[in-house]
Structure formats: structure tokens, C-alpha cells
Ligand binder design. Structure first.
Ligand code: IMP
Ligand code: MG
Length: 184
């Protein structure tokens, strides 16, 4: 029998109100930093879509956006392999790109994306991530803008999934261990 998603959550890390407040601050920062330049948001699917949707509406500048599909994760563990599953529509040559990410864990996904995008000769590339999980960072990758820095836990909600589920939770939470590990 299906049970409500919320019962699978052990702890709420950031409430909907906390997230909206932080996203507004990030949007104000980008509005200030990119004034006078044409901002191009490159979003990594699918986890970053709620973040993109909220963030873009807090940026008070003309901007454009594009989507990129990258896959690197299965279940709760990284497979270590990054794959381009959907390429951008438009050229980024000469453009001021900001990569919009949901979370940086090992940094593998973003290293791949950065390497890939830099070959296309953009004017500049910066990174904004909703969550930063620095504990297991292998690649030397730093985001230029970070929503929240979190401890080394598996989190879901606000775009983040476990096996493609829980993306629609309006808050960020930690999944109960028995949901992904089975009953103890
Ligand atoms: P990285 O390549 O290890 O930095 O992982 C980046 C990607 O892994 C993110 O874009 C997410 O899709 C996924 N990921 C990493 N940590 C979590 C988590 O705690 N919950 C859900 N997805 C995660
Ligand atoms: Mg992602």
C-alpha cells in the first residue's frame, strides 16, 4: 500500500520559507553582480529545475536560459561515470554563463560540465549551487554562489531525488534509512 511521502522523511533540513528567503538573497546577489551584462543560465537537469524556476524570478535583469542533461547517479551512490544525456539548444560562445546546479557532492558532475562548457568559448563561466556537500569532494571544484552548505547526508526534496522520487517536496529533508536500505 502506498504511504505518504512525508512519512519517509527523518528530518527537515530547510523549510519552504527558509529556502525561499535564501533564494531571494542569491537572486539579489546575481542581479548586482551581472548588472550590465547578458546573463545566460545553463541548468543541469533534472534536479535543478525547482531551484532555477524560483531563482530566475528573483533576478531583476534580462536573462536567457538553456538546459543540459547529465547523468551520474544511480540510487544513493555515485557510479563515478558522467554522461551527457541532453545537449544545450544554443551556442554559449561569447556569453556570460552561470551554471545552475542542485547539489555538489564529489564534484565529478560539475568537473565534467565545466570541461565541456569551457571548450565552447564562453565569455565567462560561474557556478551557482543550491546545496554544497563538501565532505566527499574529490575534484577541486568550488561554487561561486552557494545556497546552503550541508553535512554528508543523503537529502531529498526541492528537486533532489532518490530513484527519481521526492523531487516535488517543497522542503529539503533527510530520507529515513529504512526507505533506501530496507527494514533493518
Ligand atoms: P557529484 O557528481 O558527486 O558532485 O554529484 C552531483 C549529483 O549527484 C547531483 O547533481 C545530484 O543529482 C546527485 N546527488 C548528490 N548528492 C545527492 C543527495 O544527497 N541527494 C540527491 N541527489 C544527490
Ligand atoms: Mg544534478
Amino acid at each position: 500500500m502506498p504511504h505518504p511521502m512525508h512519512d519517509d522523511i527523518q528530518e527537515v533540513l530547510y523549510s519552504e520559507a527558509q529556502i525561499q528567503q535564501r533564494v531571494r538573497e542569491l537572486g539579489a546577489q546575481l542581479t548586482q553582480d551581472y548588472a550590465g551584462r547578458d546573463l545566460h543560465l545553463v541548468t543541469i537537469m533534472k534536479g535543478s529545475l525547482p531551484f532555477l524556476s524560483d531563482l530566475m524570478r528573483t533576478i531583476d535583469l534580462p536573462l536567457t536560459l538553456d538546459l543540459m542533461g547529465v547523468s551520474s547517479y544511480s540510487g544513493i551512490n555515485s557510479t563515478g561515470e558522467v554522461r551527457l544525456t541532453m545537449d544545450l539548444d544554443e551556442s554559449i560562445e561569447g556569453r556570460h554563463v552561470v551554471i545552475v546546479e542542485d547539489i555538489i557532492d564529489t564534484g565529478l558532475t560539475l568537473s565534467y560540465v565545466l570541461r565541456n562548457l569551457r571548450q565552447r568559448a564562453p565569455a565567462s563561466v560561474k557556478i551557482i549551487t543550491f546545496l554544497d556537500k563538501p565532505a566527499k569532494r574529490g575534484a577541486s571544484i568550488e561554487a561561486d554562489y552557494v545556497g546552503f552548505t550541508i553535512p554528508d547526508a543523503f537529502v531529498i526534496g526541492y528537486g533532489l531525488d532518490w530513484n527519481q522520487r521526492y523531487r516535488n517536496l517543497p522542503y529539503v529533508g533527510i530520507l529515513k534509512r529504512d526507505v533506501y536500505a530496507g527494514p533493518l
